[in-house]
Design a protein around this ligand. Structure first.
Ligand code: NAP
Length: 202
């Protein structure tokens, strides 16, 4: 029987946008993943909490964004956890919950370059496989070096997926909303409506 493969799409998702959704879907298709679980962060270890929207709003927006994709799921595991949330704990949780599955953590190229600063990074690199999202049109020589280094040490645990170059970021969306600029089609329409209704990022 074919083994079950699960992609874990961790992110602050403040807010989630089509860049995240494209990365998740491309990872699913390219690596034949059976499902993708979106995991909005609770208290991101690397961010000043004062600047991050409530976990409830980020969770709701992420939920709205995945509703039309039958392969996409969401977990509130990091949101429910008290204190700072670390990826190593999340990976251990999913490995325990799905002992027969192969787990892939999906991250952006910039994050992989800095992964040695994450909590228990060596253990994390042993415990999980990673899918790194690269964008077409960007020179990634440093990333290639990093991928090779990690793969030499941990025997092929990093894979990359290339997505179209779409210059959308959560930071940019927050700025646009603050300045009263248009964000239509930057994110799913339901998420745009949620932002308006709840007056986020004003
Ligand atoms: P971030 O530092 O805000 O974002 C890094 C870059 O990657 C941004 O360009 C971001 O785009 C993009 N991105 C975000 N999530 C992505 C994903 N799943 N796949 C591909 N690209 C993604 O990252 P973040 O969202 O806060 O954190 C990403 C994940 O890494 C979270 O699960 C977080 O808990 C984990 N993390 C763990 C540790 C640790 O355990 N010590 C440390 C750092 C991060 P946008 O800005 O548009 O979102």
């Amino acid at each position: 029987m074919k083994s079950n493969k699960i992609g874990i799409m961790g992110g602050t998702f403040d807010p989630v946008h089509i860049g995240h959704l494209i990365i998740a879907e491309e990872s699913r298709v390219n690596f034949d993943l059976d499902k993708i679980i979106f995991v909005p962060t609770g208290e991101p270890p690397h961010k000043n909490l004062k600047n991050v929207t409530s976990a409830k709003d980020r969770y709701e927006m992420t939920l709205l964004s995945i509703m039309h994709n039958p392969y996409f799921y969401i977990s509130d595991i990091e949101i429910k956890r008290e204190g700072l949330t670390y990826t190593i704990d999340t990976i251990k949780y999913f490995k325990k919950r799905y002992p027969k599955s192969e787990i892939f953590f999906i991250i952006g190229a910039d994050s992989l370059i800095n992964i040695d600063k994450w909590k228990n990074s060596e253990e994390l690199l042993r415990e999980s496989k990673f899918i790194v999202a690269k964008r077409v049109g960007i020179e990634y020589s440093l990333l290639e070096e990093r991928i090779n280094e990690i793969n030499d040490k941990y025997s092929k645990i990093v894979f990359s997926v290339t997505t179209p170059y779409i210059d959308i970021s959560s930071t940019d969306i927050r700025k646009r909303v603050k300045n009263g600029e248009n964000i239509k089609y930057y994110l799913p329409l339901d998420v745009e409506a949620y932002i308006k209704k709840n007056r986020l990022y004003r």
